[in-house]
Structures are given as structure tokens and as C-alpha cells.
Write a protein that binds this ligand. Structure first.
Ligand code: PMP
Length: 290
């Protein structure tokens, strides 16, 4: 039987069955909370500072005070890796506006309600050797029906969750979300890229997409390797005519996409640009893992 995980709740490290939050927590009632997922490889945190900075920004955009500074956050992450004996896997962190003791649309008075801070671990031995990196993902396109502040990493994940189910029902692995104009925003839980004639195209940063931490690192490494990068919106039709495609996220790193709505890209196998970027990203981010 699997050993019970140790979960962090508001300063305590507890067995998961004893870790609880209030039914009045605004995360539960209003999805009034933000989260981060940081990968662990070889017992070390990947891109930790990027995730810590984005967390700060998400909190500040929602007028929530940050309950923990970068060093305190790092210490808790490391303690979670240690207590749960994580070699490869993920650390999930969530901060909500807390429990004001009742349900009310208005935010509680500043300083009156402590935020809720929860962390748990997911052990994924061999995370970087995922067999999907060899076969690639099949994606479908779906309408992007989310709200307009996708740059804030809120726990309001119902539509992305429905998107994964639509993909599953269609026999695919994931979905890319498309605006009325035909322009692709991103994947349900990743940033989306196409490659044409060696040039990498991914949507520019705005409120329309999450500012992926893996995206920032991958684009930096691509430019350092003299690869051509264009940050602009692309349509789903342009994507279907691309040589190759891929997605990035903290837990999937760089993952090739081999078909869109049943249209095969290139020869239907993971492309060389995605493979090279995956290798560079894993090599370089391991060097700076802490
Ligand atoms: N877009 C969305 C909608 C996501 O949920 C995620 C992953 N949480 C990403 C992009 C990728 O971001 P990151 O590289 O920081 O994991």
C-alpha cells in the first residue's frame, strides 16, 4: 500500500488524511485562489524562481497579499521534497483568499482573513523519460470559452478540465483552444507552438494566455541556439499546415504534437525541432535546478 503523503497546510506538515480546509474557504466557494506546479528532477526544483515570481504576480493581480517570501517558499518546497522522498515529480502549491467565516461575493477586509496555503507532492519516477515524448500528442481544437484574464494562474480550471474530456472522447490526448477569429491561444494546460521552415511560432504574451515559465526558458534557449523565433498569434489552419508542433509546460517540458483534428503534421512523427528543444531544455534546466 502506498504510504500516505505529507501535505503542507498553513504551516503544518500533516498526513494527507488529516489535511483539511474550511467549507467557507474562498478557494472552494469562488475559485478565489492561485496555484503553481513546479517539477522535481533528481530531487531538485526546476525553474523555481520563475514559478515564485509568477505566483507573486498572480497574487498581486488579485489584490492578495503574499503570505510567504521567496526564501520561505523555497524552504517549504524543499521540505516537501524531503518528507515525501520525491526524486522525480511535481510540487503543487495553492494559495486562496482564505476563510472569512461565511459566503460573500465581496473580498474580506484586507488583513482580516489569513490566506490558505496548501502544498502537496506527486511522485512521478522517470518524469523526464515520458514515452509520450517519443510518440507525440494528438490534439483537437476546441472553442476557447475561458474568461479574459488567462495570464493569472487561478484555480478556476473547469473549462480546461472539460477540454481534456472533449479530447479524451475524441480519442485525442489534449485540446488547443481557438478564438472566434480562428487564432489559437494555448493548450488546456500548456503553451502551443508550431514550426514552419525551421521557424518557431508561438503566441505573444498578453492577458489571453498564461505566461508559461517553461515557455520563457524554452524561447531563451532557442534564441541562444540561433533558432528563429516569432512571437505572434497563429490560426488553427496555419497550425495544420505546419511542419511540426509542440507544447510546453512545467510537467511535460517540451512535448511534440503529431496531429491536429486528425490532420497529420509532417510525417506524423515528433519533429526534430521539438526533439532538440526538449533535450536542450532538460539539460539546461537541470543545470540550474535548486
Ligand atoms: N497555459 C496554461 C493554460 C497552463 O495551465 C499551463 C500550465 N499550468 C501552461 C500554459 C504552461 O505553463 P508553465 O510552463 O509555467 O507550466
Amino acid at each position: 500500500m502506498a504510504m500516505s503523503r505529507i501535505v503542507y497546510v498553513n504551516g503544518d506538515y500533516l498526513p494527507e488524511e488529516d489535511a483539511t480546509v474550511s467549507v467557507f474557504d474562498r478557494g472552494f466557494l469562488m475559485a478565489d485562489g492561485v496555484y503553481e506546479v513546479t517539477s522535481v528532477l533528481g530531487g531538485k526544483l526546476i525553474d523555481f524562481d520563475g514559478h515564485a515570481k509568477r505566483l507573486e504576480r498572480s497574487l498581486s493581480e488579485l489584490e492578495m497579499e503574499s503570505p510567504l517570501d521567496r526564501d520561505a517558499l523555497l524552504a517549504i518546497h524543499r521540505e516537501m521534497v524531503r518528507r515525501n522522498d520525491i526524486t522525480d515529480g511535481m510540487i503543487y502549491l495553492q494559495i486562496t483568499r482564505g476563510n472569512p467565516g461565511d459566503r460573500d461575493f465581496a473580498f474580506p477586509e484586507p488583513g482580516s482573513t489569513a490566506p490558505t496555503v496548501v502544498l502537496f507532492t506527486q511522485s512521478k519516477p522517470g518524469l523526464a523519460q515520458s514515452p509520450q515524448a517519443q510518440t507525440g500528442l494528438k490534439v483537437i481544437s476546441i472553442d476557447d470559452l475561458r474568461w479574459g484574464r488567462r495570464d493569472i494562474k487561478t484555480v478556476q480550471l473547469l473549462y480546461p478540465s472539460m477540454g481534456k474530456m472533449m479530447a479524451k472522447k475524441a480519442g485525442a490526448d489534449d485540446a488547443w483552444m481557438v478564438e472566434e477569429s480562428g487564432l489559437v491561444t494555448e493548450g488546456t494546460s500548456n503553451n502551443a507552438y508550431i514550426v514552419k521552415g525551421g521557424r518557431i511560432v508561438t503566441r505573444n504574451l498578453s492577458n489571453d494566455i498564461l505566461h508559461g515559465i517553461t515557455r520563457a526558458a524554452v524561447l531563451r534557449f532557442a534564441r541562444e541556439a540561433q533558432m528563429e523565433v516569432e512571437e505572434r498569434a497563429f490560426t488553427i489552419d496555419e497550425a495544420k499546415a505546419a511542419d511540426e508542433a509542440f507544447v510546453t509546460s512545467a510537467s511535460a517540458f517540451v512535448m511534440p504534437v503529431v496531429s491536429i483534428d486528425g490532420t497529420r503534421l509532417g510525417d506524423g512523427k515528433p519533429g526534430p525541432v521539438a526533439a532538440r528543444l526538449r533535450e536542450i531544455y532538460l539539460d539546461e534546466s537541470l543545470k540550474t535546478a535548486i
